[in-house]
Design a protein around this ligand. Structure first.
Ligand SMILES: [Zn+2]
Length: 199
């Protein structure tokens, strides 16, 4: 039996399932909710439900979207001939915030991680190859993380992309092995994108 009324205890337990939120933080959040006017709490609950019901994956690039295509794929000003391949949406967001890339993206939804049993078929790699085949894509920019998994994914993609009629470049980061695109500063990302080179 918890020290709090059941409803409060239940709320704390639910909040504690968020990543990085322990029992103490969850308790503070629940007590904060309790102090808010009911309409504010309803708005918050609505936002949580809506993120689940409204947000889906773009059918072309697998970025988050509220329609069939995401805001980048449906933007006619973006260069659809150049596709930047990233591991996840966080990496895409980081590159977008650096405002240096005007092409479109392809989000793999992860990286090849043999230890976790994640192989090429578990990622959106097939979809990338059909995009290259079916559309007139001129350049694929590999923007994978400088980690063991990122490198494994990059070399797999390189071996499969080479026979295809597409130019391949890789962003070159002045960043140490083990870095993560989502946490890189804008200047580093700008430089990495501007100095992209053939593998
Ligand atoms: Zn898209």
């Amino acid at each position: 039996m918890g020290v709090y009324p059941d409803a409060l205890e239940n709320c704390i337990q639910k909040l504690a399932t968020f990543p990085g939120i322990g029992a103490k933080s969850a308790t503070r959040m629940a007590l904060h909710l309790l102090r808010q006017p009911e309409d504010v709490v309803r708005e918050m609950a609505k936002a949580m439900v809506e993120v689940k019901t409204m947000v889906r994956l773009c059918s072309r690039c697998f970025n988050f979207a509220e329609a069939d295509l995401c805001s980048i794929c449906s933007n006619s000003k973006r260069d659809r001939d150049v596709v930047c391949v990233v591991e996840n949406v966080g990496d895409l967001m980081a590159l977008e915030s650096a405002s240096i890339f005007y092409g479109v993206y392809h989000v793999l939804q992860g990286s090849i991680t043999p230890l976790a049993g994640i192989g090429p078929d578990d990622l959106r790699i097939k979809e990338l190859f059909s995009r290259i085949r079916d559309n007139n894509i001129k350049e694929i920019v590999l923007a994978l993380n400088p980690s063991a998994e990122g490198e494994t994914t990059a070399s797999y993609l390189l071996s499969r992309l080479e026979p295809m009629d597409v130019e391949i470049t890789m962003i070159s980061y002045g960043i140490p092995m083990g870095g993560d695109i989502k946490y890189m500063d804008m200047q580093t990302l700008k430089k990495a994108m501007m100095t992209r080179r053939k593998p």
